[in-house]
Design a protein around this ligand. Structure first.
Ligand code: HEC
Ligand code: HEC
Length: 298
């Protein structure tokens, strides 16, 4: 009995020594400079690693590949940080996001996904964000690496006062000018679609895509297909207000089929379609949704 206890104690000591060695090996000893000249002291990286191990690793994985034990079975998989690519920065799709963009995501979560809001201090958010950058050193490390330009919502040209005309204009942009429905789905009847086409293009539409009322799965750079939301039913992950929608439409959703509309649509068209999408989102779980769907039956 005594010997077994001794043996057990010895094994435990060896294990904790091994654990210590392996920890100290992976701990950061040097400060780093990340894209945009963001300075991360070694202490931040080490504190960030501890936070990550405790809170984020179950989903995002030991080496940041998004394959943590809790990731199994999630329909929207956790981000693979080794790609150094992100969906919801306030920068044009494909550019590196700013720390503040990550803080927003940590504070608010991504609606409708397993990425919940976190109650972390400013310092903790800073530290964990610096640490996740170390998974994609070729993207983040070095003072020469650049961050995307921040997209800010200026003054809404419509505002509350002209909300109804914004929604009307947005409906036209959504269906005919930008054809958002080709991925997302349409929210007007054939007759109304044709009327809008007549107004915008000077010609009616007589043949309709039989799939126009279904959302269509799209390829992405993350190794999985992503589903465009039906705004009256699904969650919009990164936006709840017209301003946030305006920013998201300008930036797009990085690494997915949802491209940036900046420069493709005029600024007031982006505002209008943001108002329209918001009006669709407001129908979620209300009788207005059933009413709309009934009214667009052909
Ligand atoms: C329960 C699982 C889970 C945990 C725990 C979790 N996440 Fe996530 N996280 C996700 C999922 C799922 C996504 C992908 C959402 C998407 O693609 O829309 C995500 C996405 C992200 C993104 C990418 C945002 C973008 O713009 O692409 C960041 C950054 C992130 N998580 C950071 C963290 C940090 C930091 C922690 C720990 C404090 C954490 N996550 C904990 C599930 C999780
Ligand atoms: C080529 C296909 C495609 C087109 C066209 C398209 N989208 Fe998307 N959209 C997507 C996909 C895919 C997603 C989901 C991305 C993800 O989260 O993985 C998406 C997501 C969104 C989101 C949600 C963002 C969030 O935070 O979750 C909004 C809002 C949106 N699209 C609006 C629009 C509008 C408005 C238009 C037209 C101006 C448009 N989309 C055109 C494919 C498209």
């Amino acid at each position: 009995m005594r010997n077994t206890m001794k043996g057990l104690k010895l094994t435990l000591t060896v294990f904790s020594l091994l654990a210590l060695v392996s920890c100290s090996e992976t701990h950061f000893k040097e400060d780093k400079i990340f894209a945009g000249g963001v300075y991360a002291p070694a202490k931040s990286l080490n504190d960030g690693k501890s936070l990550y191990t405790e809170y984020c690793m179950p989903c995002h994985g030991v080496n940041g590949d998004g394959k943590g034990v809790a990731a199994k079975g999630l329909t929207v998989p956790p981000r693979n940080f080794k790609l150094g690519q992100f969906k919801f920065g306030r920068v044009v799709s494909g550019e590196l996001p700013h720390d503040e963009d990550f803080y927003e995501i940590l504070k608010k979560g991504l609606h409708g996904t397993a990425m919940l809001p976190w109650d972390l201090s400013q310092q903790q958010m800073h530290d964990v964000v610096q640490y996740i950058k170390t998974f994609a050193p070729e993207k983040w490390e070095g003072a020469d690496k650049k961050l995307g330009d921040v997209i800010v919502a200026g003054k809404d040209p419509y505002g509350e006062a002209h909300k109804e005309s914004a929604i009307q204009r947005g409906k036209e942009v959504f269906h005919v000018v930008a054809q958002c429905w080709t991925c997302h789905r349409a929210y007007v009847s054939h007759a109304e679609f044709s009327q809008i086409a007549q107004k915008i293009n000077g010609a009616p539409v007589t043949e309709f895509d039989p799939d126009m009322y279904h959302v269509k799965l799209q390829p992405s750079d993350y190794g999985v297909a992503t589903m465009p939301p039906d705004f009256t039913y699904d969650s919009v992950r990164s936006a709840t207000t017209v301003e946030e929608l305006y920013v998201r439409l300008n930036s797009g959703v990085g690494g997915t089929a949802m491209a940036s509309w900046k420069g493709v649509l005029q600024d007031d068209e982006i505002w209008a379609v943001a108002h329209y999408v918001k009006s669709l989102m407001d129908m979620k779980r209300t009788p207005a949704r059933a009413k709309l769907l009934e009214s667009i039956k052909n």
